[in-house]
Structures are given as C-alpha cells and as structure tokens.
Design a binder for this molecule. Structure first.
Ligand code: 4AD
Ligand code: MG
Length: 477
C-alpha cells in the first residue's frame, strides 16, 4: 500500500480507509497516543495504540525520536484540534531512539542549544517550519525568474577575481604545506596556491553574470558565496546564498522596479502557499515578544509585516537626502535609536539604516546614488563624478537586504577606476572585453537569501535560517 504523508492524511475528508504512514515520534502519552511527524507539515497526526493487544516490548520502544511505521484505520478524531486520527493495527519500530540520550526532548529548547544540535534541530516545529519556508522561497525565486524570461546560470565557486574588490576572500589552496612555493625573499608564494595560480572562493557571481547578460539578455545566479570578513553579528555568515539577476539594456530605475516586483512576488508566493508554517512562526514571535521590553517588541504580526511590504511602494531616496534626514533628526537616547549624525561620504551604519526604515519612512526603502568611494569599482559613475548608480534596499528589522547597481559600461572610465584602486587589468581582461565589444547599459543586484529567510520567518539570528551556519567561530558540522 502507498505510504501517505501526515499532510495528505490531515487534509483527507474520507475516513474509514486503511492507511500506512512512516515518521518520527514526537510524544507518546498514556501508553496510548502517539503524536507522529514526518516533516510534511507542522502538524502531527495522532495515532491511537491498542495497548492491550500490543506487545509490551514494542510499547517500550515507542519513544520520542524513534522512527516508526504504522498501519491502521483513518477515523474521525474525537479529540480537539484535529479532524482525523489513525487507529493503529500494526506498529513496526524502524529505528529506536534512546530517551536517556536523545537531545530533542518534548520541551522548549533554547536556540543556542539547538544550534549545537544542528543535525537534529529540524525535528522541532520551529526549525522544520523555517526550513520548509526556506525551500518554498527558493522555489518562488526560480519561478519568478522563469516566468519572467530569465535564464538560470551557474557561476563558478572557485575564481581568480575579487568581484567586490574588498579583499574578503577565502583562498583555495593545493599547496604542499611542507614544501610550498617560495617568493624571492623566501616567504610563501600564495599567488601560486591553486596549481600554480591564485584562486579563491567567490564573493559574488556578478562579474560572470554580467558576461552572460551581455549575450543572453536576462540571467540570474542563485548559489553559495563566501566572505572572509570577521563579522560576528546576527546578520553575517562566512558562507551565504545569494540571488543575483543581471539584465542588459536596463538602467538603475529599471533595476529598482525589477527588485521591488521580485521581492513582492516572492513574499506573495509564501503568503499564499505556506500559511500553516507562517501562522506557527507568527505565534512563536508573539510569544517571544511577551518576554521582551516594550521598545523591542514587533509592531506588526509576522504576516501583517509581509503583507505590508507586498501592498506598499518601496520609498526611493538618494543617499544625499538620507544623510540630510539623519542630520536633521534628533537622536533619542532612551529609545532604540541612538544614532550619530552622519557626514556626507560616510557609509551608513545598520543603526542609520534601521532608523530610516523603521522610524522615519516606516516602509522598505531603496537608497540610491551613493558616494563613489564607499562602493565597488564596477558601479557607474554619475555626471557629478562624486556618486555612483548604486542601490541598497533596506528592510525593517533587517537593514540591508539587497545591494545592486547600474554597471560602468564605458571602457575608459572603468579602466581609470580600476587603476585608481590598483586592480590590475590583466586580472579582469575578460570583464573589460565586454566594454570593448558591444558594450551597453546594464544593471543587476544581489539579494542575500538568508536575510530574506530571516525577514519571512521572523528569526532574529542568521545562524537559525541556514542548515549548517559557517561563521568565524563555527563551522563544526
Ligand atoms: O552588497 P553585496 O556585497 O553586493 C554584491 O555582492 C553584489 N555583487 C551584488 C550584485 O550587484 N550582483 O551583497 C549583496 C547582499 C547584501 O545586500 C546582503 O543581503 C547579503 O548579500 N550579504 C550577506 N549575507 C549574509 N552574510 C554576509 N556576510 C553577507 N554579505 C552580504
Ligand atoms: Mg552591500
């Protein structure tokens, strides 16, 4: 007989049929009621055991975490909160779980404890809901681009170039540690560490995506990227996933339109398709808020917050206007925002970003036209020669979620910029070729996938929205 999923059975309106199910025991009460979960939904199905006719040895092995196979009759449930339950006629233990040592007990565990048990944490409601949403968001992203005529391209993980020019790269090495190649002064020659060449893990697929945009028109990448920055915050990972569309003949305004439409579409998808998990996480957030001081509580419920983003226009503000707003706002030491007044030319701190989004505009904000010297080399210089056609999208509770720009398409301007930043032309000859042969206006952006998952799930720490977080302190699993 076909093995059903819990999700299928709970939405089944025909009862008195024989069913078969496999899953993991969440709880076993009174030698009679098994709450069984198989990952297909946040909900458990109740399986009622005929304990008088079940072998004592089997009953003892129905413990939290055990994998079991149940055959039985699907019947209407007498209990509250579920329509159906299974009257078990046969119980097979597939894999025991020692209750003395199984870490995931049926009680509330701290997120820190669960991080240490990352291999088992998806046996909890919170993490199964988060990871199902992560999966749904990935699908929604691919669907959006597929529906809108984009090609999915795979950019390399091992690369010779530093796409962001920030020097935050992990080296890829084939060096023989005992006998490394040496430079003339006797130190290790790291420029030869990948079979005689220099190589590192990619920080972004953008430069390669640009090459494909300039032939296929509309492309995107969605893959892992790596940053060797020593940032120990709740929003930074050493390994994170990034979505990067790149489009030929599109300027910065088109880029903003695309980003806004894309974000709204993806959020809409989960609002439509993942109601149960969102409702669970909404409840969880409300519960967490109760133990927080008033100022730190969420002003909106989780789904209201998503709906708010979907239903409202993102506010588009230039960097210069944003600095004026920050300068003219009084810091309030008692409240969350004790921001410093910023000088034109400085990068915004996350506190400034959150002030603009959460207190001033109270909606997602697209900041554009940043000072050239705080942004990457490839961004298009504006006529003022001081600012570049950059855009960052700031979200409530998250800060920067998207970074993008119109790219510098003029060969001479790009060369000058690279020379000023000591970026050798030999390293990016292929990138410069794009400006020699059929150059055109083009733009794109990068969405940090984990920051999107944080926003959707309401989880406060980026380590809790990726299966195995890699941070400067942790890459254990
Ligand atoms: O702003 P970033 O560095 O932009 C780029 O890499 C461009 N090449 C993108 C492009 O135009 N194609 O990164 C883009 C986004 C950020 O806005 C943020 O959401 C996320 O990636 N991000 C990180 N997420 C987690 N951990 C980190 N260490 C991150 N660094 C950036
Ligand atoms: Mg950025």
């Amino acid at each position: 007989m076909k093995i059903s999923t819990v999700s299928e059975l709970l939405s089944q309106d025909i009862t008195l049929i024989d069913v078969e199910i496999k899953g993991w025991v969440r709880t076993f009460r009174a030698n009679r009621f098994i709450a069984l979960n198989d990952g297909s939904t946040i909900n458990n199905i109740q399986c009622v055991v005929d304990f008088e006719n079940t072998d004592e040895a089997i009953l003892k092995r129905i413990t939290t975490g055990a994998a079991i196979h149940i055959k039985g009759l699907l019947v209407e449930s007498q209990g509250k909160g579920q329509n159906v339950e299974i009257q078990a006629t046969s119980i097979e233990i597939l894999g025991d779980s020692d209750p003395e040592t199984y870490p995931i007990q049926p009680k509330k565990h701290s997120l820190e404890f669960l991080r240490e048990n990352a291999h088992l944490r998806t046996r909890t409601n919170t993490f199964s809901a988060v990871m199902r949403l992560r999966s749904a968001l990935s699908f929604a992203i691919h669907k959006y681009f597929n529906d809108n005529g984009f090609y999915y391209m795979h950019t390399p993980i091992i690369t010779g170039s530093d796409a962001e020019g920030a020097g935050e790269m992990f080296r890829v090495s084939t060096l023989d540690a005992k006998n490394p190649p040496l430079t003339e002064d006797g130190s290790v020659d790291f420029t030869k560490d990948f079979f005689g060449k220099e190589a590192n893990l990619t920080v972004s697929g953008q430069l390669e995506a640009e090459t494909y945009a300039m032939s296929l028109g509309k492309v995107y990448t969605f893959g892992p990227t790596f940053r060797a920055e020593n940032s120990n915050t709740s929003r930074h990972l050493s390994e994170f996933w990034m979505i990067e569309p790149e489009v030929a003949f599109m300027d910065l305004d088109g880029n903003m339109d695309l980003a806004e439409d894309f974000m709204k579409s993806v959020l809409n998808y989960v609002l439509e398709n993942n109601k149960e998990d969102l409702a669970f996480l909404e409840q969880r957030q409300a519960q967490e808020d109760k133990s927080k001081p008033q100022a730190e509580r969420n002003e909106m419920t989780l789904t209201d917050k998503l709906r708010f983003v979907v239903d409202n226009n993102f506010k588009r503000v230039s960097y210069t206007e944003a600095i004026d707003i920050l300068r003219n706002s009084k810091p309030n030491k008692k409240k969350k925002f004790q921001y410093l007044i910023n000088e034109w030319g400085a990068d915004l701190q996350s506190e400034h970003e959150r002030f603009l989004v959460e207190k001033h505009f109270k909606c997602p904000v697209i900041l554009f036209d940043y000072p050239a010297n705080i942004k990457a080399f490839y961004m298009r210089l504006n006529e003022d020669e001081k600012t570049v056609r950059a855009m960052d999208i700031l979200f409530p509770g998250i800060g920067e979620i998207v970074g993008g720009s119109q790219r510098e398409e003029r060969l001479e301007v790009l060369k000058e910029k690279m020379a000023a930043l000591d970026i050798p032309e030999e390293e990016l000859w292929w990138y410069l070729d794009l400006r020699k042969y059929g150059t055109a206006v083009h733009s794109g952006f990068g969405l940090g996938f984990e920051r999107l998952v944080m926003f959707v799930t309401g989880m406060g720490n980026i380590r809790d929205v990726i299966p195995y977080p890699r941070t400067p302190q942790n890459a254990e699993f």
